[in-house]
Design a protein around this ligand. Sequence first.
Ligand SMILES: NC(=O)c1ccc[n+]([C@@H]2O[C@H](COP(=O)([O-])OP(=O)(O)OC[C@H]3O[C@@H](n4cnc5c(N)ncnc54)[C@H](O)[C@@H]3O)[C@@H](O)[C@H]2O)c1
Length: 359
Amino acid sequence: MSKKVKIGIIGSGGIAGAHVSAYRKLPFVEIAAVADVIPGKAREFVDKHGLEHTAAFDSHTDLLAQSLDGVSICTPNVSHHRTTIDSLRAGKHVLLEKPMSVTLAEAVEMVQVQKAAGSMLTLGFQPRYDPNMKKLQDIVQSGRLGNVYYVETGGGRRRGMPRGTFVSKRLAGAGAMADIGCYSLDMALNTLGYPRPVSVSAFTSNHFGTNSLYHPEADKFEVEDFGVAMVRFENELVLQFKISWAMHMDTLGATMFLGTDAGLKVTPAGSGPWSGVWDGAIGEMTLFHDDFGGHTSTAVPLIGHSLNLFDEKVRDFAEAVRDGRSAPIPGEQILIQQAIIDGVLRSAEARREVSVELP
Ligand SMILES: NC(=O)c1ccc[n+]([C@@H]2O[C@H](COP(=O)([O-])OP(=O)(O)OC[C@H]3O[C@@H](n4cnc5c(N)ncnc54)[C@H](O)[C@@H]3O)[C@@H](O)[C@H]2O)c1
């Protein structure tokens, strides 16, 4: 493709600005259009960002009628399904912000439409672009740990509860489990090659979000701020998954992979009350093994880099569109973690273990 890659942005709230900033670093990309359902909001956004040649629309369907190669979908979770399906049917490639959807049924339909349309559907998990995530995957998949039978992942913020659309059941669908849990799941599952889950037993609560002492929108807080789940997979593998937007604790611990020959402990980078979850890069990685006649641990040397992971995910999508490559983080794969999140919500509501049915 020698012409510029023409991109549209659907949803002009908080994260759309990061997409604009990343696309602007790519000389082969033109941000051709922005849309938001709130009348006038896309126009304001375009003006604020000095996007002189960018059209603004009050509806994503008007944006999709334009000649565009791809779209970034930056709407609240509940709108991911409709906007993605409409974009794929309009022949656009899609970079969809996480989490994929709210329910498994939505995600299944999104993948069916993507296959029928032949366009690309990729998910916005920027931590994948930390080169140390690849290193982690290489270590686990090399067989160095032996048979991996237990994984613990997730994390917790001491205080880090978002507001607005994130805490509305109608707009977000779910809380911490979907918002930041999806990163933990992607990190652990991608490392393992996305094994297939068979059942989930979960508990969720919202003691902090609904308390005005801790949250300014406590009267509007409808989602979970804490959740824990035990997920069983095929092949005798279990995963314990725990996530907290707020808690009276410093950390919910590291991610760990227990294998029959060695164990691997991984901690996230970052510090401060919003850290401790997998929405960024790897901080430390340690291998625990028995060698030299005793218990030994080895600090895995990390790859130093100065990559902006968010810019990397946007660049990869735009280059894939330009070069006709397949989706960097395919919807078909992320469907599997959506099945887990769906199972968590169903299990927490039913107060029992539920099975996970994958298509
Ligand atoms: N990858 C990341 O680091 C990251 C960070 C923050 C948020 N996110 C994700 O991005 C999404 C948006 O988050 P945000 O913080 O920008 O939310 P936000 O509420 O600030 O903005 C969302 C915007 O979408 C608009 N919108 C809703 N439905 C629409 C539709 N059908 N067509 C057009 N516009 C529509 C809303 O009016 C709003 O302006 C969420 O799914 C969130 O999980 C990702």
